[in-house]
Design a protein around this ligand. Structure first.
Ligand code: TYD
Ligand code: MG
Length: 472
């Protein structure tokens, strides 16, 4: 069949269609298709005309020397520093601090005598300079490029033999080879692919900023994840000054590593002891609060978990989980009812991981179960107690990975008693730490609540009917 001589190209997303239509079939926008000459297929080179690439022995391939970013926390997330020739995507909500962090990194790398280009299509040179001054950065060697044309940026970068190129943001650059407007999916993909080719061929490390957008009008960084080597996401709880950088993909290190920062008046500062953030607890132990040791980001982390159980007012009972999986919470409530003799069917239930952190692993099961029972019975858990462990559907407490490491971290932070799964009980005693090893939920509840009588509630409304945790 003869190839059509014209195609219709969408000016918004760059999608192709052979016939004219009112609406682009790729992105759904109206009146954006323009007639173009169809590209001619390139003749494929005859076999034999290609020079095959020489195979390289993996043992002789050199280990690239990583370049420190000046922020130890960020280096750890990257797997030990910035790898030359790598492409990293830093995604996050607008205004969370992406430009601030990368300006600090760029200044540090430039300060160490390397050539760095900071290409910004978001802000003018004077705005970036103002911020650099406010951050107290010695930016004399840092070069800023207010440019959105990708080929111009790459040409400048090749001329300077830059060790690091920061693109702020990928949604503002456009390649001259494409029709689509900046920020369109096809433009994002093409620019990123060109940047990847550039990075691999020159050894320049490239960091891309990508805004996470709520609506689909501008494509988010997700469409680029498969193209780049490393994907970092900037997270924070609304209103919190703490920021977490999480690696969700890393060709040069472990994923799910976390870096903690605090946003201050003079930029982002590393938080070396992140447990301290999540453990700012009330002076008096409060019912419904417990500390767990999770292992997020390749290291143990102490986090306060809170549960609130309140008598249901109307309709169906509410189950709200912040930072924890709501489906898992529903499962734990069923286990509590069947195997823990604690029924919460008539109650609204709220649980929260303090500090805006999100816990992905299952070690929070047991502490949340204890916190729920604590809130229901209004009996505080001792504030020197920590707990971790997975809970199964039959009411059994299952072990989690790195039990020993978690217990040691808790002991280091001054905790004196741990309620843990039987299989996680340490072989050698840990100094200063008593361990209660349990194999069933009911055992854990009776161990924690056996010797604290419910407080007398003089003057308060009578407590809701409850089935108290069994006492031993
Ligand atoms: P920014 O890096 O511009 O965010 P992004 O590039 O992700 O859109 O950060 C903007 C926010 O950070 C802004 O609300 C102000 C705050 N901020 C500080 O609190 N202290 C500082 O020193 C700087 C530079 C910014
Ligand atoms: Mg910015």
């Amino acid at each position: 069949m003869a190839r059509p001589s014209t195609v219709f190209v969408c000016s918004a997303c760059g999608g192709h269609t052979p016939k004219w239509q009112g609406q682009c079939p790729a992105c759904g926008q109206w009146n954006v298709l323009e007639r173009r000459e169809a590209p001619r297929p390139r003749p494929s080179p005859a076999a034999g005309a290609l020079e095959p690439a020489a195979p390289v022995s993996l043992e002789s391939a050199p280990e690239p020397a990583r370049c420190p970013s000046g922020q130890e926390e960020l280096d750890r997330v990257l797997g030990g520093g910035i790898v030359p020739g790598s492409v990293t995507l830093l995604g996050g909500d607008p205004g969370i601090g992406k430009s601030t962090l990368l300006l600090q990194v760029a200044a540090q790398v430039a300060g160490a005598g390397r050539s760095v280009l900071y290409a910004s299509g978001e802000e003018s040179a004077s705005q970036v300079a103002l911020r650099a001054r406010r951050l107290g950065l010695a930016a004399s060697t840092l070069e800023m490029l207010p440019e959105t044309h990708l080929q111009a940026v790459l040409a400048r970068c090749a001329e300077r033999r830059a060790a690091l190129l920061v693109i702020d943001s990928i949604q503002t650059v456009r390649s001259g080879e494409m029709e689509a407007s900046a920020g369109a999916v096809s433009q994002l993909r093409e620019c990123t692919a060109q940047l990847v080719r550039f990075a691999k061929s020159t050894g320049t490390a490239v960091i891309l900023i990508g805004h996470v957008t709520k609506d689909g009008a501008i494509a988010g960084p997700r469409v680029l994840e498969h193209l780049v080597d490393t994907v970092l996401y900037f997270e924070s709880e609304a209103g919190s000054r703490f920021r977490i950088v999480r690696a969700t993909k890393n060709r040069f290190g472990a994923v799910n590593e976390l870096a903690f920062f605090a946003m201050t008046g003079t930029g982002l500062k590393e938080v070396r002891n992140p447990s301290a953030i999540f453990l700012a607890r009330a002076a008096q132990p409060a019912a419904g609060s417990i500390v767990t040791v999770t292992r997020e980001g390749g290291r143990p982390l102490l986090i306060e978990l809170q549960a609130l159980v309140d008598r249901m007012r109307f309709g169906a009972p509410r189950r709200i989980a912040q930072g924890l999986d709501a489906n898992r919470l529903a499962m734990l409530l069923a286990v509590l009812s069947r195997h823990g003799a604690v029924s919460l069917q008539e109650h609204d239930v709220f649980v929260n991981a303090v500090g805006g952190v999100r816990i992905e692993e299952t070690g929070w099961d047991l502490p949340v179960v204890i916190a729920l029972a604590s809130s229901l019975s209004d009996r505080p858990v001792p504030d020197s107690l920590v707990s971790f462990g997975e809970v199964g559907l039959t009411g059994e407490v299952r072990p989690v990975a790195y039990g020993q490491e978690r217990l040691q971290e808790a002991a280091k932070q001054g905790f004196r008693l741990a309620v843990v799964p039987r299989e996680n009980a340490p072989r050698q005693p840990i100094e200063g730490m008593g361990v209660i090893a349990v194999s069933r939920v009911i055992d854990a509840l009776s161990a924690v609540f056996s010797d604290s009588p419910p407080p007398s509630r003089a003057g308060a409304a009578p407590p809701p009917p409850r089935s108290a945790p069994a006492r031993s």
